[in-house]
Design a protein around this ligand. Structure first.
Ligand code: SF4
Length: 460
């Protein structure tokens, strides 16, 4: 029979890719995807379990779906802790863990049996199909012109504030050939920007011992610089997220200088004080971080650096925090996200002494953001008068304007560029923009010409 399925996707870009995989399979099996709880025969909720507010949001969305529809299947990170869900919502039909596409399908089949008519089914019977684990999604939840590309699942680090390794398990990388195949298909389908994600993209392939897989008769090792070079050859923007400062990251910089990768690195450093980093179970300190960042900027002067930091971690003293501010002053990062530390059920950091009062966390958060605001503003203002490429995401509020992003802006987390045009520029176009105005996050300017994008995929 098949039926109508409602879907709620919560959490990060990595969870979004899982949602795309599940939706792709459901649609291929003949299920109709509907936007509201009321018109659905069943609702799937892909949850996030990263930090306490995310758990609360997931539990409240499950409650909402149960109330409005009554038939709810739960999956995702929080699904790794079924007791948390079932205690609050015993009426959910099934709970499956993150990236468990088969588990969700089975649960949906239990309530809404799939169409088995060989004349109307889109897919052959499951015995002839590959497993879902590495299947490239075909339903996209992002606009047509950019796509997330997940290169690995799980994480081998043990940061004390994080339960991702418990939720998502050890790192499991995809073979380079598998990733390149998916990227090629996305580019052929209209993607103009690939956003490479993993829990730690720089660690890509370590679990495979960097084994090579074959692409067009060539052996490509599962190693980030090798993979990035191949992705860069597809002729679209390639942006790397969650790149930890491993030594081989420096091998990426020549690729940026060559124009194969966007000169952009998203490097979650989390702190600069050695004692806080030790308590977080993360390596490094201010000198080593600064040495690394300086070397990267020397190799690629146009590099945009983004990072995230946690303030108010247990045991963080005023001296530790001052060290973090001094580091930010010195590092001159372009983009910074800051979070007030909050406990996560099951995280080792919960046992640490020296909880920082909420008022102090707030005060440190604002001091950090104020300092970073002035740094970002200065760096943004330096772009006024320059011409930059901008990929267009949307039409603007004013007639003739469009809104896009430069190489320095990742979707959702960074700024935008508002562009005046002659009215002919379309979503997905790449335009050259003369920057006329800047604030700490966003730019505005005038389109001077449309730039060519020449995707390099077979048959394009
Ligand atoms: S690197 Fe650390 S913070 Fe990131 S997912 Fe792994 S354990 Fe969590």
């Amino acid at each position: 029979m098949s039926g109508r399925v409602g879907f709620v996707s919560l959490g990060c870009a990595k969870a979004l890719v899982d949602s795309e995989r599940i939706l792709t399979e459901l649609r291929a099996e003949g299920y109709e995807l509907v936007p509201g709880y009321q018109e659905a025969d069943l609702v799937v909720v892909n949850t996030c379990g990263f930090i306490t507010p995310a758990v609360e949001e997931s539990l409240s969305v499950i409650g909402e779906a149960l109330q409005a529809n009554g038939r709810v299947v739960v999956t995702g990170c929080l699904g790794e802790r079924p007791e948390t869900i079932l205690e609050r919502h015993p009426a959910v039909l099934a709970v499956t863990g993150q990236a468990d596409v088969d588990g969700v399908l089975q649960a949906v089949h239990g309530v809404l049996p799939p169409d088995t008519d060989p004349f109307t089914r889109l897919l052959p019977s499951s015995s002839g199909r590959p497993p879902h684990t590495s299947a490239a999604p075909q339903v996209k939840l992002t606009p047509r012109h950019y796509s997330y590309l997940k290169i690995a699942e799980g994480c081998d680090h043990r940061c004390s504030f994080c339960i991702i390794p418990q939720l998502r398990g050890q790192q499991r990388s995809r073979d380079a050939a598998d990733v390149i195949f998916e990227a090629t298909r996305l580019v052929a389908g209209g993607t103009r920007e690939l956003l490479v994600i993993a829990q730690d993209s720089a660690a890509y392939g370590t679990d495979l011992r960097h084994r090579a897989s074959e692409v067009g008769g060539r052996a490509i090792p599962a190693r980030l610089p090798d993979l990035a070079r191949e992705l860069g050859k597809l002729g679209v923007w390639v942006r790397l997220h969650y790149v930890y400062p491993h030594p081989h990251v420096r091998d990426l910089l020549p690729l940026m200088a060559e124009g194969l990768l966007l000169p952009y690195l998203d490097v979650p450093l989390q702190h600069a004080s050695p004692s806080v980093l030790r308590a977080m179970r993360r390596p490094g300190g201010p000198e080593s971080h600064l040495r690394t960042l300086r070397a990267w900027r020397q190799a690629c002067p146009d590099l945009t650096l983004r990072s995230t930091f946690i303030v108010g971690f247990p045991g963080e003293t005023e001296e530790d925090f001052a060290l973090l501010l001094a580091f930010l002053e010195e590092a001159q990062l372009d983009r910074v996200g800051a979070f007030r530390y909050s406990t996560v059920d099951g995280a080792a950091a919960n046992e640490l002494p020296g909880a920082v009062p909420e008022g102090v966390k707030d005060e440190r958060f604002h001091r950090l953001m104020e300092l970073q605001h002035s740094i970002s503003l200065e760096r943004q203002r330096a772009k006024v008068g320059r011409s930059i490429p901008v990929l267009i995401d949307a039409y603007g509020d004013e007639p003739g304007t469009v809104v896009g992003r430069s190489p320095a802006d990742a979707p959702e987390v960074d700024g935008t560029v508002v562009v005046e045009t002659d009215g002919t520029v379309k979503i997905g176009d790449l335009v050259e923009v003369l920057v006329t105005n800047a604030d700490a996050y966003d730019l505005s300017g005038r389109a001077t010409r449309v730039l060519p994008i020449t995707p390099n995929v077979p048959g394009f």
